[in-house]
Ligand binder design. Structure first.
Ligand code: 16G
Length: 242
C-alpha cells in the first residue's frame, strides 16, 4: 500500500535509484500524502516493496534525514518530521506550548533538589551567597518524543521543594511565574550525555537558551538553561504589524 501511495520507481529512468526513491518520498511528504509524524515502514520492507537493495533505501532515507524531512528515532524507526513551531519571544511554558499545538507534554526527571546557590545562580537570581535554591532538571517530551533538556534554578523561598512540581513548573509557581525574561540563544553541538538523554543519534545540533525570568514583582524567579533539539523546532517570529 505504501508503494501505491508514494508511487513506483520507473525502470530505465536516468540517475541512481536512490535519488529516484528520495524524490518520490520527498514529493509525498510535500504533498502530505505522508503525514507529519507518520512512521515509515522498516527499511527491509521498503527494500522488498520497491525491489531495491537496503543500501539504496538507506541512502534515500539518509538524504531526507539530512534535509530534515525525516527523523530517525533510536530503536523506533524513521518518521516524517513534525517540527514544533516555537516563538522564543513568548513567555509560555513548555506545557502550554505543547498543549497549544495539540501535542501531549510529559517530562522525565534527571535530578531535583534544594541546595546552596552557585556564584552563577547568585548573580543571575540576585541572591546573596549562602541562599538556598531549588533545582530541577528534566527531559521534556511531546507525544513521548524527547524535545528538550531543561534545567531551572528557583529561589528556595519561592519554591521550597522540587517535589511540589507536578507536570508544570509554571503552574506550580502560579502568580510568581516569570512575566518578563532576559535570554540569550546560541547554537551548540550536543555532547554524548545530552545525546543519550534525548535518545537521538549523534552528532546532533541543538539550540541553547539561557533565561533569567522575572515575576510581576520585578524579582528574578528563574534561572534556566533549555537545550532544544535542533531537528525538533522551527523558530518563528512575527515582526512589525500594527
Ligand atoms: C519553558 C521555559 C523554561 C521553563 C519552562 C516551564 C523557554 C526557553 N524555557 O520551556 O524556562 O522552565 O517553560 O515549563 O521558553 P513547564 O511549566 O511546562 O514546566
Amino acid at each position: 500500500m505504501f508503494v501505491e501511495r508514494v508511487g513506483r520507481l520507473i525502470a530505465g529512468e536516468p540517475g541512481p535509484l536512490y535519488r529516484q526513491l528520495e524524490r518520490k518520498l520527498c514529493d509525498a511528504i510535500d504533498a502530505r500524502i505522508l503525514a507529519p509524524g507518520e512512521a515509515l515502514p522498516p527499511e527491509r520492507d521498503l527494500a522488498a516493496a520497491y525491489h531495491v537493495s537496503r543500501v539504496t533505501v538507506r541512502k534515500a532515507i539518509d538524504g531526507l534525514v539530512d534535509a530534515r524531512l525525516l527523523t530517525r528515532r533510536r530503536g523506533a524507526g524513521t518518521y516524517v518530521a513534525a517540527p514544533i513551531e516555537k516563538n522564543f519571544a513568548n513567555l509560555s511554558s513548555f506545557t502550554e506550548d505543547m498543549e497549544g499545538r495539540g501535542r501531549t507534554p510529559s517530562s522525565s526527571w534527571i535530578t531535583r533538589g534544594t541546595g546552596i546557590v552557585t556564584p552563577e545562580e547568585a548573580l543571575a537570581l540576585g541572591l546573596s551567597p549562602g541562599s538556598a535554591v531549588t533545582r530541577l532538571s528534566r527531559v521534556r517530551h511531546a507525544d513521548g518524543i524527547s524535545m528538550a533538556i531543561e534545567q531551572s534554578s528557583i529561589p528556595a523561598d519561592i519554591l521550597p521543594s522540587a517535589d511540589a512540581v507536578g507536570a508544570s513548573l509554571y503552574a506550580t509557581l502560579g502568580a510568581a511565574r516569570p512575566v518578563r525574561v532576559l535570554q540569550r540563544l546560541r547554537a551548540v553541538l550536543l555532547d554524548a550525555e545530552e545525546i543519550a538523554l534525548l535518545g537521538i543519534d549523534g552528532p546532533a545540533a541543538g539550540l541553547l537558551i539561557e533565561r533569567r525570568g522575572f515575576a510581576a514583582s520585578g524579582r528574578a524567579v528563574e534561572f534556566a538553561r533549555s537545550l532544544y533539539r535542533g531537528d525538533g523546532y522551527d523558530i518563528v517570529s512575527e515582526l512589525g504589524g500594527s
